[in-house]
Design a protein around this ligand. Sequence first.
Ligand code: ZN
Length: 229
Amino acid sequence: MSLEGWGREAQERLKASQVLIAGAGGLASATALYLLAGGIGGIRLVDEARIGLSDLNHQVLFREQDLGKAKATVAGLRLREINPFVVVETQVKVLSEHNVFRLAAGCTLLIDASNNATAGALLNLAAVRQQIPLVHAWVWGMTGRLTTLWPGHGPCLSCAFLESPSTIRPALLSPLPGIMGSLQALEVLRILGGLKPALLGRLLTFKGDLFEFTEKLIRANSHCSVCSS
Ligand SMILES: [Zn+2]
């Protein structure tokens, strides 16, 4: 692969990278797929949930025969089929304060594809401790959002003070997590390849009903209780 700003060195940096992905649902189906196809070195996938019928319209790694099985396990099997040269580790567990630092150890970047505020906050603690980027996405209804947090270089997730969506509805139509997951993968590839993050300090929102992208600037808070000390 050769394109402006992306050559052998970027590809080798990507190959040497390992990421933690929280969530193995609709966002991760797209994010992980493109990271594997792009040639990332390794991913660690964590999700405690099991596959339900309503997941099948937007969690595209899963099939009807997978119903009732653990998402992380099945996603790991499918992803290894796509690129057997990538190290794919899966953990069927709830991300907690007891395991997040161990799960994030050795990772160069963290990916929040969990659609869960608690998991996001835990990933943020690990990002702050390791001073590594956290690429956060969330999808609900017909809306998706995406931003890059990088303690030491910009805001952390706590500084950004993002509200949890008032209704925890899953994506209404199947492409929404695919769109946001693809953008999330693009941002992760940029950072791991050594290009500048596109969304550091920028919160991008996509409204699928209007086909509209908007953005808002977010800044590091010098009094942030999580990252300022
Ligand atoms: Zn902060």
